[in-house]
Design a protein around this ligand. Structure first.
Ligand code: DAH
Length: 362
């Protein structure tokens, strides 16, 4: 033990003075540490294996038993107090350091004026497709329709068979289909249109039905200016007593002027869909030339928007609805296409690019 002369080792008083001196030194070292790192270092020096107090234990062997016990206890007590001190110092330093870090990282908003804040914070908004979907829903809700939804993964039966499109029917080529690896091969598909929800509604809901069904659809196609492999449709289904083709034509015309504006009209031309008979293609006034004729509408003044028709009795039969009692019409059109036409968007692919410069325009 340093500082206590060889002759003084038997002297308990000298021992306790020496321990007190070492403790004092150690406490000063701990208190003087200015950072957590410095404290950790000081702790090793004054409390570690090679510290003066620890080494002092070795010298105890030279004392007689009562003095050894007293000195051992003195060292032990000193070390315990120092450990408490170190712990408290560590906490205090950590608090100071945390506060300093918070201060460093603080975002000082008081230095920015309110107008500056307003110009840097922008409000999010719905994607144009979702805005369009909601507007279209509103138009149909105003006409007395309800809004329904259905699953995006369908069995072949819902997407095709129940809609009067049996396996290997040539009409299947109208839809390039994504098949899911589920169950038997080619039995589960990503729906190619919202028409299968017609089947779900007639199965699940009491008649009459007046519903529109918006939703996402999938086709195995390469994206181009007018097509997306993942797109949105809105289906319409009305099943009631005494529904005629005139109800269908009137509904389409009302929707067209309500959504596109009073100068945009609709016309129906004969078409073919397996689930409607008769079927029609809906054309509306070209929104680019407003009917005057331009490149987009091939100088006709009209562009194709939707398919529609009277629900085929074979579809009613598939879901057990009596075609003698009930008649109905259905239609389906692209929501993305509506947005494209109304806002004159040259290339539909911008809808998938998430470019905020585009999103901010709507
Ligand atoms: N499902 C058709 C398609 O995706 C569109 C369609 C045509 C829906 C006629 C209908 C309909 O409900 O009656 O091409």
């Amino acid at each position: 033990m340093t500082g206590a002369g060889a002759g003084a080792r038997d002297d308990g008083i000298v021992w306790s003075e020496e321990v007190a001196r070492l403790e004092q030194q150690a406490a000063e070292a701990l208190a003087g540490a200015k950072s957590s790192a410095a404290l950790a270092e000081a702790q090793t020096t004054v409390l570690g294996k090679r510290s003066a107090l620890t080494l002092a234990h070795r010298d105890l062997a030279k004392l007689d038993p009562p003095a050894r016990r007293a000195a051992g206890k003195a060292i032990h007590d000193a070390q315990t107090r120092l450990e408490t001190l170190a712990f408290e110092r560590a906490e205090a330093l950590a608090a100071v350091e945390r506060a300093a870090m918070l201060e460093r990282d603080r975002l000082d908003l008081t230095e920015v004026t309110r107008d500056e804040v307003r110009s840097t914070i922008t409000r999010g908004r719905l994607h144009l497709v979702n805005q369009t979907r909601r507007e279209l829903e509103d138009v149909f809700i105003g006409m007395g329709f309800t809004v329904a939804e259905g699953p995006e993964a369908e069995t072949d039966w819902y997407n095709f068979e129940a809609l009067n499109i049996p396996p290997a029917h040539p009409a299947r080529s109208m839809w390039d289909t994504f098949y899911l690896e589920l169950g038997q091969p080619e039995t589960v598909v990503l729906r190619t249109h919202t028409s299968p929800v017609q089947i779900h509604l007639m199965e699940d809901e009491p008649l009459p039905i007046h519903a529109v069904i918006p939703g996402r659809c999938y086709r195995r196609e390469t994206a181009d200016a007018r097509h997306l492999p993942v797109f949105h449709q809105m289906e319409g289904l009305v099943v009631d007593r005494g529904i005629t083709f005139a109800d269908l034509a009137g509904t389409i015309e009302t929707f067209t002027t309500a959504y596109f504006g009073p100068d945009i009209h609709s016309r129906l031309r004969p078409g073919y869909f397996p689930f409607t008979e008769p079927s029609a293609e809906v054309e509306v006034t070209c929104t680019i030339c407003r009917g005057a004729g331009c490149r987009t509408c091939s100088w006709t003044g009209w562009v194709e928007l939707a398919g529609c028709g009277m629900v085929d009795p074979a579809v009613f039969q598939a879901v057990g609805v009596d075609p003698e009692e009930w008649t109905g019409f259905a239609f389906g059109f692209g929501i993305d296409r509506c947005a494209q036409m109304r806002h004159v968007i040259a290339d539909m692919r911008v809808l998938t690019e998430n470019d905020v410069r585009f999103s901010r325009m709507f």
